[in-house]
Design a protein around this ligand. Sequence first.
Ligand SMILES: *Cc1c(COP(=O)(O)O)cnc(C)c1O
Ligand SMILES: [Zn+2]
Length: 422
Amino acid sequence: MNKFNGYRCSICGTEYLPGQVTYTCPKDGGNLDVVLDYDAIKKKFHPEDIKSRTDFSLWRYLPLLPVNEPAGSSTPLHAAGWTPVFALPRLAEKLGLKHLWLKDESRNPTASFKDRASALVVTRARELKSEIVVTASTGNAGAALAGMAAAVGQKAVIFAPKSAPQAKVAQLLIFGAKVILVDGTYDDAFDLTVKASNEFGWYCRNTGYNPFTLEGKKTAAFEIWEWWIEAHRDWHKKDGELDSHTPLTIFVSVGDGNIISGIHKGFKDLLALGWIPNMPRIIGVQAEGSAAIANAFHAGNETIQPVSATTIADSISVDLPRDGIRAVRAATHTDGTYITVSDDEIIKAIAELGTMGIFAEPAGAAAYAGLVKGASLGVVGSEAPVLVMNTGSGLKDVRAALQAVQSAPVIEPTLEAVKKVL
Ligand SMILES: *Cc1c(COP(=O)(O)O)cnc(C)c1O
Ligand SMILES: [Zn+2]
């Protein structure tokens, strides 16, 4: 079945055939949305066909993806996605919420949400017979590309700012990518990557540039959809008062704006297929020091003004977000909003999530910090069912994690000394 019709520009609406363009709209540089043949998909598949698949990875959604099944099996690339959702009852009580869950993307093969995008891009690169895939990255996108590429024997080149946390750089190197550290910001690395890919004919994965990253990221929405149907069944057993049309509220951290746009796209696909009755609310969380998209949202327009980004949350530290327009729409089109949080609030959120057995990197914990603020501001009501995304593992940035806790005491190996510190 050919389900991939082409692309539509998110700014001017021009449509392109799959072979006509590769990255952005030639007219205005707008990000391209992949256009699927919903009628063909609807004719061939029912929700039950998806839900009964035994492939517990993002590849269970292959009927809704614009690629063919990747060759091989049982590699990390085949294991991306299908992350767990945990209930957070103690934190819910603290925030005065009745229903709170967290979807833990740190469980992906390279420990961040980015594996979803990279799995799709590497699969696409192999379809295009590209020898080398390249990306700019603050760390996670590169680690994901390097890991997914290594899994299937694809060559990868990664440009990252030299300030990237050490664990992320270690991942890039261990996965055998060609790693080039740029003496500059993520934005500098981004522009350099585009130039290099044009010069050398490499396939460029850059976030908010390559349309396939969004298609990978949307699979999180499909998983939320499947989980939500199950969660609803449980609710009705416990308290029948919540009606089945109460929309879910999703909190997600935002840097370039591609994850939030991807989640939005996934739900738009489901709505177009008639598989969901309504949209969830999508709430974006940015760091105060890197808030270009939140600024545009609150100014009531889609004009993204660059900032000079500074935040401890390196994965969402972006001067000029590359997917800002669609990221603003993810909130405006779903009755959502944008919340900004300080680095102190992010660090506190790392510690709070830790008390539930969840270890988030700063950018991952930012979403929860946004919920804490949103709950206190009344952005979400106490009855609202809330799902927070943790987008990356705390092991990615141990230095930041140690700022969230007091250091451990060092003692003589005697019981006396133990008694003193207890
Ligand atoms: C990339 C990333 C984000 C933000 O995603 P964008 O698409 O840039 O908005 C959030 N958290 C983590 C851990 C990330 O790696
Ligand atoms: Zn256009």
